[in-house]
Design a protein around this ligand. Structure first.
Ligand code: FAD
Length: 405
């Protein structure tokens, strides 16, 4: 039997790795070290139904506590790994204890970027949205009539804005770029989502940055914006992206470049150390990429498990993602990086549409807005390398199925 696998990070990827190894009948001893106080849980509902109060926390857990004992997976919570000693093959916890490993897996996720203290980032009433505790605090503060400023028009910020409106807060979203969703989606998708938010009463101010937050008695009361205006606020959600948790890896001398660098087999520059999920940068289609999604965390962890169990299949992601805002379900298949052409296809139902991304004439991604058929068909096309006829695609009367060939 192989020696102990220590998994750092009890999140989506860390749990998926342990579960997959057991599914593969790999019986090596496994210890998961997680810094949070809860058993592994899914994060996506945090900024959706959980924040809204429509889902209880127990429904977010991947497995009950008994699963870990039944599967001989030791799980240690509130266990923060400070340091990796690659020579001794140990990790050091915050209390000085050392845990030995034969194989180490880094599944440490990412940390939301915060506002600097100098511009009010430490004031009470300023929130980030990453874990259960963040969302519990935010949910408590989201009472009807309060004024919320969301900084950053990405998925997390927009989902928080949608929840806040549903709860009866006044919501303003500011976005420094010339439009929301600039980093992740095409203009067509952004235009649709902007219109959805505005129809629900959210004020969206693009090309508007934050100059500083103003506080009274240590609590945020206003925001000074880059256009010189002053906005009274009671709460602020900061949704300006994340940074991968790669500090311990970097200090241990592993290759790190905005994430822990791994090869296609999820191995770091040290053959006994793997990395996966939000913290890992991996090669794909000639580029080094890092994905922040459930699909990537699970599939990369499962690929690593297969390699640990003796397989040699490279991780070849089939990216997909989703976001729920009000009654809009945005589903994304593929990875739109480097797109040079987009096409908007109106859906057959009211409020449904899809945006198709091409790079050098090749279909690379699709955003489906309340359009499950476009999502499913687009995903199939991407998986089978089908390039749909663009004129037919743009025609809402054409049947998507026939474009599958
Ligand atoms: P995580 O799940 O973040 O787990 C990492 C764990 O490691 C954390 O518990 C962290 O505390 C712990 N850790 C870090 N450093 C240490 C250390 N030194 N020692 C011990 N423990 C450590 N994706 C989608 O596909 N669709 C969505 O709709 C979606 N919505 C999201 C909504 C929210 C609010 C958030 C925060 C994320 C969302 N995501 C979504 C992204 C998705 O949840 C992440 O990509 C996924 O959780 C990544 O898994 P991971 O295991 O890499 O990291």
């Amino acid at each position: 039997m192989a020696g102990r696998l220590v998994i750092v990070g009890a999140g989506q990827a860390g749990f998926a790795l342990a579960a997959k190894l057991r599914a593969l009948k790999d019986e090596r001893p496994i210890t998961i070290l997680g810094s949070e106080t809860s058993l592994p849980y899914q994060r996506p509902p945090l900024s959706k139904k959980y924040l809204l109060g429509e889902m209880t926390f127990d429904r977010l857990l991947f497995r009950p506590e008994s699963w870990f004992a039944d599967n001989n997976v030791e799980i240690r919570l509130s266990a923060w790994v400070e340091e990796i000693d690659r020579t001794a093959k140990t990790v050091r916890l915050q209390d000085g204890e050392r845990v030995e490993y034969e194989t180490l897996a880094l599944a440490t996720g990412a940390t939301p970027r915060r506002l600097p203290e100098a511009i009010g980032g430490e004031l009470a009433g300023v929130f980030t949205v990453r874990d259960k505790d963040d969302c519990d605090r935010l949910a408590e503060a989201m009472t009807p009539g309060r004024r919320l400023l969301v900084i950053g028009g990405g998925y997390i910020g927009l989902e928080a804005a949608a929840v806040a409106r549903k709860l009866g807060l006044e919501v303003t979203v500011i976005e420094m770029a010339d439009r929301i969703l600039k980093r992740v989606a095409a203009k067509e998708t952004a235009d649709i989502m902007r219109a959805v938010h505005e129809s629900h009463g959210v004020t969206i101010r693009e090309e508007t940055g934050l100059h500083r937050l103003i506080g009274e008695g240590g609590r945020v009361t206003a925001a000074e914006l880059s256009d010189g205006s002053n906005l009274p606020v009671d709460l602020v959600v900061v949704g300006i992206g994340v940074t991968p948790n790669d500090r311990a890896a970097a200090e241990a001398g592993l290759a790190v470049a905005n994430g822990i660098v791994v090869d296609a087999f999820c191995r770091t520059s040290d053959p006994s150390i793997f990395a996966m999920g939000d913290c890992a940068v991996f090669p794909w289609q000639g580029e080094e990429i890092r994905l922040e999604s459930v699909q990537n965390a699970v599939d990369q962890a499962e690929a690593a498990a297969a390699v640990m169990a003796g397989g040699e299949t490279a991780y070849d992601p089939k990216p997909w993602f989703w976001s729920d805002q009000y009654d809009v379900k945005l589903q994304i298949a593929g990875f739109n990086r480097g797109y040079d052409e987009t096409l908007l296809r109106p859906g057959q139902r009211e409020g449904a549409s899809s945006v198709w991304y091409f790079r050098e004439g090749r279909l690379i991604a699709v955003d489906a807005i309340n359009d499950a058929k476009a999502y499913v068909t687009g995903k199939k096309m991407l998986e089978s390398g089908i390039n749909p006829d663009k004129a037919a695609l743009a025609d809402p009367a054409s049947d998507l199925k026939t474009l599958l060939g």
